[in-house]
Design a protein around this ligand. Sequence first.
Ligand code: ASP
Ligand code: MG
Length: 243
Amino acid sequence: MHVFKFGGASVRDAEGIRNIGRIIAQTDGRLMIVVSAMGKTTNALEGLVRALCEYDLSGFDALYDQVVSTGELQSTRIVSAYLNNCGIANEWMDITQIIVTDDQFRQANVDMDMTQRLLKGYLKTHPARIYVTQGFIAGTPDGRRTTLGREGSDYTAALLANLLNAESVTLWKDVPGVMSADPLRDRNAHLLPHLTYDETEQILAQGAQIIHPKTIAPLREKNIPLYVKPFLHPEEQGTVIKN
Ligand code: ASP
Ligand code: MG
């Protein structure tokens, strides 16, 4: 099984979703596709919760997660339906029924053992080559939705890869890969084609925002390579991160 993660930028509009279809059509083997909310949807939903909570601040974090998680539920419904329509049969998986967390809303902590059991059971009862599911969101054992921290979809992809003993994770991004500096600020920024897990964690600790910092540990544990590739140029090599 390979894990692909598509961020908000890659699903921001219809053309982005068509592009995902092109990438998936060129990919063989079993795939777990993790998708973020479309474009800046999460920010918009956050604004909605803020507006609501000016009047009532009680239960803000729990309410936040119930509302904000709809961004990923919506985007994945669209991606899954589009792929099915193109003849790329896939199973839409509700990750809030699979990834189990505590009720520390907005920064929930994952119960790996319970999640492992649920994931295994789900894959057995829903056999498919391709699954489409949500990044960033999860659920408590009593069925309330939680979130894993902003930009947490990379972490979801790594977590699932760890539990699936996946062959690889690919983060499809709107940049050529991991760069030596922010290309918008530094003209000399160049692509870093190979990195180790340690080098990547150093870069992230220095403030680079290309990958969610919690992404590396679950991959290092199982020695799963992480590819960072440009979604508009899937033929490019991008960056590979491994030992
Ligand atoms: N949609 C969520 C966010 O914007 C998660 C993610 O993009 O990784 O924070
Ligand atoms: Mg996002």
